[in-house]
Design a protein around this ligand. Structure first.
Ligand code: ADP
Length: 334
């Protein structure tokens, strides 16, 4: 697994659970979503009724699960957690829905990966608080409508574009999460260092934050690796030299690019004169599957302006040449 992967392993989820902010006021960054959500929740509190269903969209590791848990905490309600891939059959969803209690929060992670029949059941439940329970099989099967108490669905998706419009429309509020500024990541890391009893100085924290790709999950992971480095080297502080040495060891450069990201850019610049070059040719040059280059390296490189996608293939931007310390050939589009 890459140290800059924005997804987490099971094991890591356990570590993360201890670091999640519990209330909206403890959640740094995402000011807009926080203000909007604060309003929606406060209004619901005053009406003494569950709020509209909430959809949280944005790349992995930015705090969607954390916000879902905060929503439940702010409403002083329990939360039930499941995910699209875990609901393969409509019956799985029916079992969850029919046991919801009034006001409870149902968190559906990766909601875009739910099966179609489950999705259809969910529309009905979100809109009318009703679920049709199918009794029997084959031609004799009958649907028995079951009334549900009002509750709140919090859906999370990395790809809101993949949600069918009817499902998207059932959410009264959608919050779009964006990558964090270095400044906000510094706040998160400073708080987490305290929670983990890690002594960290501002320059060390800033260095970790600036290499974390705008993603708290990556920032938290890099903090743990720098802490490891400091401990093993008998230093007790996460400071600038420790951060630089540890992150260099893990191949995370000053802009958060890892070995694969740099290999892609180096191939683009040094083997293909900056491109454009087709994805599969580029992938062969770095010894990876085209899919890996496209889904693992490319999104970040494009987002940060190192690479551009053109109709004729991938090309290096002037920033890529500069970052690698290379000079683009005369007259190149780069
Ligand atoms: P997602 O569900 O979007 O993949 P998570 O909510 O699981 O992301 O967050 C990943 C990790 O990053 C968790 O450890 C979480 O505590 C931390 N995190 C995310 N956003 C914030 C934030 N704004 N403040 C503090 N920690 C955060």
């Amino acid at each position: 697994a890459r140290v800059v992967d924005a997804d987490s392993s099971e094991e890591e989820r356990r570590i993360e659970a201890a670091l999640r902010p519990r209330r909206l006021t403890d959640f740094p960054g995402q000011q807009r979503v926080r203000d909007q959500l604060g309003l929606v929740l406060e209004a619901a509190r005053r009406r003494q009724a569950p709020p509209d269903h909430v959809l949280l969209s944005g790349p992995p590791g930015l705090g969607k699960t954390t916000l879902a848990m905060i929503i439940a905490a702010e409403l002083e309600q329990p939360i039930r957690i499941t995910s699209g891939p875990a609901i393969q059959h409509a019956g799985d969803l029916a079992a969850v829905l029919s046991s919801m209690s009034e006001g409870e929060v149902l968190f559906l992670d990766e909601i875009h990966r739910m099966s179609r029949p489950a999705e259809e059941m969910l529309y009905l439940a979100m809109e009318d608080f009703r679920v049709d329970v199918i009794v029997g099989k084959g031609p004799g099967a009958t649907a028995i409508p079951l009334e549900l108490p009002p509750f709140t669905v919090v859906g999370a998706t990395t790809r809101s574009g993949l949600l069918p419009a009817p499902l998207r429309d059932r959410f009264g509020f959608t919050g779009h999460l964006d990558f964090y500024s270095t400044e906000d990541l510094v706040k998160i890391l400073t708080r987490n260092a305290t929670l983990l009893e890690i002594e960290a100085d501002p320059a060390g924290v800033e260095q970790i934050a600036s290499r974390s790709r705008g993603t708290p999950r990556i920032a938290n992971r890099l903090l743990r690796r720098v802490r490891d480095w400091a401990q093993v080297h008998g230093r007790h502080v996460v400071d600038l030299p420790a951060a630089e040495a540890a992150l260099d060891l893990f191949d995370v450069d000053a802009r958060g690019l890892d070995r694969l990201d740099r290999a892609v850019l180096e191939a683009l610049c040094q083997r293909f004169g900056g491109g454009p070059v087709g994805l599969s040719t580029l992938a062969v040059a770095v010894g990876e599957e085209p899919d890996t280059v496209e889904t693992v390296a490319e999104p970040f490189l494009v987002r940060e302006g190192f690479m551009v996608r053109t109709p004729r293939g991938r090309a290096a931007s002037p920033l890529a040449w500069q970052h690698l310390g290379l000079t683009p050939p005369q007259g190149s589009p780069g």
